[in-house]
Ligand binder design. Structure first.
Ligand code: NAP
Ligand code: 3JM
Length: 337
């Protein structure tokens, strides 16, 4: 990737997964200069194929020598795979954009959302981390407000879709829903409880402080991306029975006052954001409308009447696209530019 080429060899690690499938689609849709696509997954996928530009490509089993000749490797096969194979890919000469939590908080690894901190990419040493899906949509929405009136504190509650867990979780929600509507019994395999017709205040493992890892990812990643460890962040992350798109209720306290109208104007002018905010017409962002789109949608902008400088927002984005695959491909596009 350090050399300008007309086309690049791109490996997708986790090519058969929910994020990997979207990665391949986003590379194609955006006309990323792919010479050869190398789809990699586990031995479970041996014999399977993925489709890229109307071609069926055989999935290869991820191995130490998988990255020979690879310019760019997009990883989304879980944190342990990234921990082990990320450095192997870099050593083989590839630039790695990693979607897992494995490297995000490493000080040598830039954690990047192009609309927010593209400049951090200049420091990369081969490995670049994509933030957590919930962090990405939050920082895109908050960046123009932070620039204008400086955010002091963020209180966020998420409503996260099952696609954030992967393909098996999507099947589990569909299967439980079908069975329950037919008055059948259901079993919970992916989550600790039934997800259909339910809400689980539990995403990723719990930590000794009582928060989940997902909640603490939002705290630490937000501070790293904004380059400001003084921003106070507290999060509650909830899994809801939605297939795709995460929603977030965000409350911010700012150093200077911003009215709801000024905030809408700032948001409307910012890259990657659509403002959908007209309660008189029941207009606010909804997962079923946002799925398959690229922007971060903001609505329900209200001044927080309980404090002098506060704002409430409702933020929705496609977690598989801006929350994962699209952001990773946008990082690669910045590297090419
Ligand atoms: P998924 O649908 O379960 O897919 C997992 C993918 O990883 C599959 O392609 C799977 O291959 C592959 N894989 C698993 N273990 C492997 C191994 N040992 N060697 C090679 N490939 C292996 O999960 P997903 O939703 O796509 O998410 C995958 C990962 O991406 C997550 O674990 C997470 O780290 C990351 N992620 C990040 C975000 C974000 O916020 N940026 C969002 C979602 C996910 P097989 O089909 O062969 O099993
Ligand atoms: C989103 O290997 C794993 O346990 C990965 C779990 C996971 C992650 C993660 O921690 O990388 C599933 C879904 C994420 C994420 O984006 O942080």
């Amino acid at each position: 990737m350090n050399i300008k080429k007309s086309a690049y060899t791109v490996a997708v690690v986790g090519a058969t997964g929910a994020v990997g499938t979207e990665m391949i689609q986003v590379l194609e849709e955006r006309g990323f200069p792919v010479g050869e696509l190398v789809p990699l997954a586990s031995a479970r996928s041996e014999g399977n194929e993925v489709t890229f530009r109307d071609q069926e490509l055989p999935v290869k089993v991820l191995q130490e020598d998988s990255f020979k000749g690879v310019d760019l490797a997009l990883f989304s096969a879980g944190a342990s795979v990234s921990k082990e194979f990320g450095p192997i890919a870099v050593k083989a000469g590839a630039v790695v954009v990693d979607n897992s939590s494995a490297w995000r908080m490493d000080p040598k690894v830039p954690l990047v959302v192009p609309e927010v901190n593209a400049l951090a990419l200049a420091q990369h040493q081969g490995l670049i981390a994509n933030p957590n899906c919930s962090t990405i949509q939050m920082v895109v929405a908050l960046k123009p407000l932070h620039d204008a009136v400086k955010i002091k504190r963020i209180i966020v509650t998420t409503f996260q879709s099952v696609s954030g867990t992967g393909k098996e979780a999507m099947e589990e929600l569909a299967d439980q829903t079908r069975k329950l509507l037919a008055m059948g019994e259901v079993q919970a395999d992916v989550y600790p409880h039934q997800i259909a017709f339910n809400c689980l205040p539990h995403i990723d493992d719990f930590l000794p402080n009582g928060y989940s890892k997902e909640e603490m990812k939002m705290v630490h990643e937000t501070q790293k991306i904004f380059g400001d460890s003084s921003i106070q962040v507290t999060a509650t992350t909830v899994r809801v029975p939605v297939f795709v798109c995460h929603a977030e209720s965000i409350n911010i306290e700012t150093e200077r006052k911003v009215s709801a109208n000024e905030a809408r104007a700032l948001l409307s002018a910012a890259p990657g954001i659509q403002v959908y905010d007209d309660p008189s017409r029941n207009l606010y962002p909804l997962p079923i409308d946002v799925v398959g789109t690229d922007d971060v949608y903001v609505g329900r902008v209200r001044e927080d009447e309980s404090i002098p400088n506060g704002l409430n927002l409702w933020v929705v984005a496609d977690n598989l696209r801006k929350g994962a695959a699209l952001n990773a491909v946008q990082i690669a596009e910045v590297l090419l530019a």
